[in-house]
Design a protein around this ligand. Structure first.
Ligand SMILES: [Fe+2]
Length: 198
């Protein structure tokens, strides 16, 4: 197996005005592509050539940091493109909304806590909604790390590396996070991952 850069599931300008064509061109064509190309070079001779991407992420963690960083970022970005859609945000599908109410104190509290996780991640990283041991939780991780290595299944993640927002929002990470949760999230994709993880 080798890593392959997927196409975006929408046009480069489809997420405007919340995420620009220029951001997606750089983020997908340059940054994600670099993780794929570097990851493929590091995969050779690693002993994990036959593993699935998820297995490469889990098994390289703590053992092969360069491979882990690139493989995890490849995994994160594959999902990140699908975690957004044109005219995103809006209502959360019923079963997931109920679970958020049960485990995270309701939709509004979840939205606030999720954005706070993104704001509070010092430097590069991600904020997550994940399922662990049957319960939803919010977490934040540095660099390419993701919930998989914490025994959890990622359901929603937001990239808080500057490359994800600096062109459109400059240093205003909170504005980017608000736009992400209110106007970009593809809840149907989150629901699909939740159904698979249950
Ligand atoms: Fe990124």
């Amino acid at each position: 197996m080798s890593f392959k850069l997927p196409d975006l599931p929408y046009a480069y300008d489809a997420l405007q005005p919340y995420m620009s064509k220029e951001t997606l061109e750089f983020h997908h064509d340059k940054h994600h592509n670099a993780y794929v190309e570097t990851g493929n070079k590091l995969l050779e001779g690693s002993g994990l050539e036959g593993a699935t991407l998820e297995e490469v992420v889990k098994q390289s963690h703590g053992k092969n940091a360069p491979l882990f960083n690139n493989a995890a970022q490849h995994y994160n970005h594959i999902h990140f493109w699908h975690w957004m859609k044109p005219n995103g945000g809006g209502a959360i599908p019923g079963a997931l909304e109920k679970k958020i109410a049960e485990d995270l104190g309701g939709v509004e509290k979840f939205k606030t806590d999720f954005q706070d996780a993104g704001k509070g991640q010092f430097g590069s990283g991600w904020a997550w909604l994940a399922l662990k041991g049957g319960k939803l939780e919010i977490l934040k991780t540095p660099n390419g790390e993701n919930p998989l290595i914490h025994g959890a299944v990622p359901l929603l993640g937001v990239d808080v590396w500057e490359h994800s927002y600096y062109i459109d929002y400059r240093n205003r990470r909170p504005d980017y996070l608000k736009a992400f949760i209110e106007n970009l999230v593809n809840w149907e994709y989150v629901e699909k991952l939740y159904d698979e993880a249950k």
